[in-house]
Design a protein around this ligand. Structure first.
Ligand SMILES: Nc1ncnc2c1ncn2[C@@H]1O[C@H](COP(=O)(O)OP(=O)(O)O)[C@@H](O)[C@H]1O
Ligand SMILES: [Mg+2]
Length: 449
């Protein structure tokens, strides 16, 4: 099957050619000075494939951490943050565990932010959700740290050699689907040098030696209610609940087991539903789950029920868009969403409108917003759910195809720009899209498109 245009097939030929070249190039010493003068899309994509970071190639000054900015307030958890600050200081390998949506990532980021000053070589956030292949876990870490792979040598060995002398904290986020690889990586890094510290998040413990697991508790009732009211205030500016309404909100939060994601999804509904209606709707949902009784359900089920409930309440077109957005593995721009997701029955104009509605409903997150670019993303819990719905709707292949076509076209657009004045901006853009570029290439490769 070859549905891509001729430019794209030319590009794919490049890719094939580059696969061979990748072995050669991975032996180069890539440093800022060496590569700056010879930008080319081939080299750039090659670096993507060889997992060499362009951020490292373009010098980034004295950057000490890459913690992603947060666009919403952090609520409660004072005790947990203090305890974890101490735990991370005392133990070199701490894993935060708990159900999806219970706040592991947010808590890890909060703690990481607090301890940046302790690490001379910085605090580095490694998002592992997009890594499907356990073999690539070490490569992902190397990439974030800016190390290249060396020909004929396992990347883990290279990584250990470089990391051995560093005083650093690595935050490994979303390890659950690659626990074995993460455990091996952690053990090797801890052995490589005394200055490396790890803070992981995972639904399951990694079961690595030296690991201290730390179960992320529910938000307490006070923080749960505050979180609900704050997020409801974003959905409906000026929202100020009466004492009776506050009692209903406390009840909703209890029903949702103090799971932050579930609370955010419910709070977003305040825009069009009174809290008492939200409470009643949730009650119906949980009665379905528990066969009519009011027995407690495990946190994972509570979360699934609330995601399912939020999805169910969407209009058809919103559902279609959410499903399609699940093909992005590393966040997306509006332009990408418009091009990848607009197909019958959605046109590009509609995508903009629907995307805004999904943001309002807390199903899509704003990840970056500045003059240059707005960037969005799905929390992993939501993405996995939407991906399942996309498969069921029989739209996965067509959507992934448009996804691949978009990223191939993006790389082609970048090529002539890379040597020019806007080269650095384009490189930065390709770097942001690394995970999706890779996913697109892998998909094209696997399907022979
Ligand atoms: N303490 C908190 N204060 C405010 N928002 C929170 C807090 N904990 C979690 N959240 C929000 O809840 C959602 C789920 O949290 P996240 O950390 O992604 O969960 P997990 O990593 O366990 O899946 C996110 O939108 C996050 O911003
Ligand atoms: Mg997470």
């Amino acid at each position: 099957m070859c549905i891509l245009g001729s430019g794209a097939s030319r590009y794919i030929c490049h890719v094939a050619e580059m696969r061979g070249l990748a072995r050669v190039i991975s032996g180069w010493r890539l440093n800022g000075k060496g590569v700056r003068g010879c930008f080319s899309i081939r080299l750039c994509v090659l670096c993507q494939m060889a997992d060499v970071s362009w951020t490292a190639v373009c010098d980034d000054g004295g950057m000490r951490s890459n913690l992603p900015p947060q666009f919403t307030s952090f609520v409660g958890r004072e005790r947990e943050v203090a305890e974890l600050e101490e735990a991370v200081g005392g133990c070199r390998f701490v894993t935060l565990t708990g159900a999806g949506g219970c706040g592991k990532t947010r808590l890890a980021l909060q703690v990481a932010e607090k301890v940046v000053e302790r690490y001379a070589d910085g605090v580095w956030f490694v998002e592992l959700a997009p890594v499907a292949d356990p073999e690539r876990v070490a490569a992902m870490v190397a990439r974030v740290l800016g190390f290249r792979e060396e020909e004929g040598r396992p990347v883990l060995a290279t990584l250990c050699e470089h990391v051995g002398d560093l005083e650093t904290l690595l935050v490994l986020d979303n390890c659950e689907h690659v626990v074995g690889a993460c455990a091996r990586l952690a053990e090797a890094l801890l052995e490589a040098g005394p200055g490396t510290h790890l803070l992981a998040t995972s639904r399951e413990p990694l079961s690595g030696s030296g690991e201290a697991t730390w179960r992320v508790p529910s938000l307490d009732s006070d923080a749960s209610v505050r979180l609900f009211i704050e997020r409801a205030g974003q959905a409906r500016p000026g929202f100020a609940p009466t004492p009776d309404e506050t009692a209903v909100i406390a009840d909703i939060c209890r029903r949702l087991d103090g799971i932050p994601l579930a609370i955010e999804l419910a709070a977003a509904r305040v825009r069009i539903m009174h809290p008492s209606r939200i409470a009643a709707a949730l009650d119906d949902r949980f009665r379905l789950l528990t066969g009519g009784g009011r027995t407690a359900v495990p946190r994972q089920q509570t979360l699934e029920a609330s995601v399912w409930w939020s999805y169910d309440l969407l209009h058809n077109e919103e559902r279609t868009l959410l499903r399609r957005l699940s093909v992005f593995v590393g966040g997306f721009t509006l332009e990408a969403a418009e091009q990848v997701c607009s197909a019958d029955p959605l046109d590009a104009y509609r995508v903009l409108d629907l995307l805004a509605r999904l943001v309002d409903k807390s199903l899509v997150q704003v990840r970056r917003s500045d003059a240059e670019e707005d960037r969005y993303g799905l929390l992993e819990t939501i993405r996995l759910y939407a991906q399942q719905r996309l498969l069921e709707a029989g739209e996965a292949e067509a959507t992934r195809h448009r996804h691949a076509a978009f990223f191939v076209a993006l790389a082609e657009r970048a090529e002539p720009e890379l040597a020019g004045a806007r080269g650095p901006a384009w490189l930065a853009r390709l770097e942001r899209e690394h995970n999706d570029l890779r996913a697109a290439l892998e998909w094209l490769d696997a399907t022979g498109s």
